[in-house]
Design a protein. Structure first.
Length: 422
């Protein structure tokens, strides 16, 4: 116990320099920019081959990486509300991933979605609306000016929450003696902030993805997106934490106990996503309504059924069984590999949600799926391209501040938690 106590005393006197990010984070930024150039070039190549497919591919990248930022913001607010050592060690990663600058860039990256709206959304075509009673009913909501305005509002809400949490976090670093005051402010904002996050995510999922098929609806779709975005964010945070744990200064801080906590949380999110996904399928399949089931039929035919089965096996069953192991959750590299695999399957899930809507009903009934391998390729190119830009921003934000929140009242407890269980 004396060793732990000594460590905590030293922790109280550490400075920002003691927690500075290693040079490898800078190299990560450079690699991310290279990936961005390659990914965007490949995605633009797709625009010359098939413009409609290009915009669907771009939407895949935009929705996924916006989800990682928004999910990190939600987990950050959960951490402020719940407290606990698990959140202190990942707080800087969460703040960098959901920074106001990152969210502003994601809003700017929404501009190509607006440009491509006529290729993405049937409800933007006046003749289609006039010929369809469903679309006429939904026209007061599904129209381009309101669509753009709502998206600006979503990012304004995310940005405002992120701004205040980051500002107070900086003030807490600069004034550790009053750290508990800033912590109380962040906790007070996080309660209503999570409610706003839930509402915003629900409407964003309807606008960006559900309205690709404007006749289809699911009352659980927003909740499914919340679970998915939370899972994407947590898997990303664990992967980054494993990367940092192998380098100074975090190799002295991140211990098996921290990864064990994060692994348990990842298991919970995997189960949550599976529960929401199965609930949506069960409700729609048992209802057997003609306006609901074509959405699933497209994903269970034409080759998409292989992806559907892969999601059941590799997005839920395999991670679930692996994360039951206590030893795996305490072994950083193995947990990091599982987190990266979950992140890859999250990408596949977003592709599965969006890509089947391209060329819907072109030359075939709208309930028949058509898996185009080239479309999958360009979908992943967009994920890499937008992901490269996002990761470069993330790495730059991470390097600007110490990797641990110096003024957090729970800092010593977090360090003690890791070394006490080491």
């Amino acid at each position: 116990m004396s060793e732990v106590h000594t460590h905590d005393v030293h922790a109280a006197h550490r400075t920002a320099a003691d927690f500075a990010a290693s040079l490898e984070v800078g190299r990560l930024q450079t690699l991310a920019l290279i990936a961005a150039v390659v990914g965007i070039a490949l995605t633009l190549l797709g625009a010359f081959l098939d413009i409609e497919q290009f915009f669907h591919s771009y939407l895949i990248g935009f929705v996924f990486w916006t989800g990682v930022s928004a999910g990190c913001l939600a987990i950050l607010m959960i951490q402020h509300l719940a407290g606990g050592a698990w959140g202190v060690v990942i707080r800087r990663v969460l703040e960098a991933a959901s920074s106001p600058l990152t969210l502003l860039v994601m809003l700017l990256l929404f501009i190509p979605v607006v440009i491509g709206a006529p290729f993405l959304y049937e409800w933007t075509h006046r003749d289609a609306v006039q010929a369809n009673q469903f679309l006429q009913w939904k026209a007061p909501y599904l129209n381009l000016p309101f669509f753009i305005g709502r998206t600006i509002l979503y990012f304004a809400i995310f940005g405002a929450l992120s701004y205040f949490l980051n500002v107070w976090s900086n003030q807490q670093d600069n004034d550790p003696a009053n750290g508990y005051i800033y912590e109380r402010q962040m906790r007070t904002l996080s309660g209503p902030g999570l409610v706003l996050f839930a509402l915003t995510t629900t409407f964003a999922s309807v606008d960006w993805v559900m309205s690709l098929d404007p006749e289809w609806y699911s009352t659980i779709f927003g909740i499914l997106f919340m679970g998915g975005w939370g899972l994407s964010a947590l898997a990303f945070v664990i992967a980054v934490s494993v990367f940092l744990a192998q380098r100074r200064p975090m190799n002295d801080i991140l211990a098996p106990a921290h990864f064990h906590d994060l692994g348990k949380l990842l298991l919970a999110f995997v189960m949550l996503w599976a529960y929401f996904s199965f609930s949506q399928l069960l409700i729609i399949w048992s209802g057997n309504l003609p306006e609901e089931i074509p959405w699933y039929l497209r994903r269970y035919s034409g080759g998409w059924q292989v992806v559907s089965i892969a999601l059941i096996v590799f997005h839920f069953a395999l991670p679930f069984l692996l994360l039951l192991s206590r030893d795996l959750k305490r072994h950083a590299r193995t947990l990091g590999a599982v987190a990266l695999f979950v992140l890859l399957m999250r990408m596949v899930d977003v592709v599965w949600l969006i890509a089947p809507e391209a060329h819907r009903g072109h030359g075939a009934p709208s309930y028949v799926g058509h898996l185009n391998p080239v479309a999958i390729l360009f979908g992943f190119a967009a994920l890499i391209g937008i992901g490269g830009v996002w990761l470069a921003l993330f790495a730059w934000q991470l390097r600007r501040r110490p990797l641990m929140p110096l003024g957090d009242p729970l800092l010593e407890k977090a360090l003690h938690h890791g070394h006490h269980h080491h």
